[in-house]
Design a protein around this ligand. Structure first.
Ligand code: NAG
Ligand code: NAG
Ligand code: NAG
Ligand code: NAG
Length: 278
């Protein structure tokens, strides 16, 4: 039993001294969704473009895009411009049937016959419908041209957008490729968005690329340490016929080392105290 608790103490010691401040994205943080089936986190904020902030001041990043994502309309007769979880970067004006106060909230639009139509306002909570990662925008321009004039009528149906995300591991990182699927009655618009941001990742890695090199290295070290102790104890016990603490490989070396580390203020209380009471 004593040996067992000492092993836990060692484990806590290793983890405690290596632990970095965790920055797990919460399920309710903007533009992040957690898959109920795989438990993975999907952080779309990497493909959520922010405007090249105030060109006179500091730029967000040197390669910040100047344009939102584009999607060809093909037979629809107009191309679409959209952003993920955020309003489009472009300055949209004179949006059909939308108050000027909400022009800056337009997240997807198209231009036809010189007019700008909004197909949805900013929403930043993607969610899972079964295995599909879905994001929708609502409150766009009125669906039918006639009702566009009476924009105060709340019973008017407005254009909306529904998009699903597909994981594309071969895509350029932090890029999104929306493809227009179709529209019913020019009221709801469907898109499929391919991106590496839609591949999901562990909670400890908000960028969805799984364990980083550091994490993999840490896991290998932990396995090596575990193998060292399990193998060492088996050897000391069966071949050397040691019992108790003496089973531990290089026991005296480790005991000395922990006392040394303790001098550096790393909390090993409990373990070294336990050792000295042996
Ligand atoms: C849509 O964009 C393509 C190029 O990406 C262009 O050739 C085409 O004329 C555009 N269509 C409209 C309706 O603007
Ligand atoms: C529009 O966007 C602003 C932030 O830019 C936000 O504060 C406001 O609530 C949004 N309006 C609507 C109707 O969503
Ligand atoms: C649109 O998204 C909201 C959450 O942002 C959700 O509550 C609603 O059910 C969605 N609507 C559709 C039609 O998927
Ligand atoms: C809103 O529009 C509907 C039909 O589009 C109409 O029946 C209704 O009277 C309108 N309401 C107002 C307040 O204009």
């Amino acid at each position: 039993m004593k040996l067992g608790s000492a092993r836990y103490a060692l484990l806590f010691f290793l983890l405690g001294c290596n632990a970095s401040p965790s920055d797990d994205p919460k399920e309710d943080s903007p533009c992040v969704a957690r898959s109920p089936t795989s438990g993975l986190y999907f952080d779309l904020s990497a493909i959520s473009l922010s405007p090249p902030e105030l060109k006179k001041g500091k730029k967000v990043s040197p390669d910040a895009r100047e344009q939102s994502w584009h999607s060809k309309g093909h037979d629809y007769g107009a191309n679409f411009t959209m952003n993920i979880c955020a309003p489009v970067i472009e300055d949209v004006k004179d949006v059909v049937g939308v108050d000027s106060a909400r022009w800056k909230n337009v997240s997807a639009y198209y231009k036809k016959d010189g007019k700008t139509y909004s197909i949805g306002e900013q929403a930043s909570d993607p969610f899972f419908r079964g295995r599909k990662l879905v994001l929708n925008y609502t409150n766009g321009s009125p669906c039918s041209e006639e009702s566009a004039a009476g924009s105060g009528n709340s019973s008017i149906r407005t254009k909306s957008t529904l998009m699903t995300f597909l994981c594309d591991r071969d895509a350029i990182p932090d890029q999104a490729t929306p493809s227009f699927v179709g529209t019913m009655d020019s009221c709801t618009y469907f898109f499929e968005v391919r991106s590496s941001a839609a591949c999901g990742g562990l909670a400890s890695d908000p960028h969805g690329k799984g364990l980083g090199p550091g994490g993999v290295f840490g896991v290998i070290i932990l396995i090596a340490v575990a193998a060292y102790f399990v193998g060492g104890c088996a050897y000391q016990r069966t071949v050397m016929h040691q019992r108790g603490w003496r089973q531990c490989p290089n026991f005296s070396l480790w005991a000395g080392m922990f006392d040394f580390v303790k001098g550096f203020g790393c909390k090993t209380s409990g373990f070294t105290d336990g050792l000295s009471s042996l």
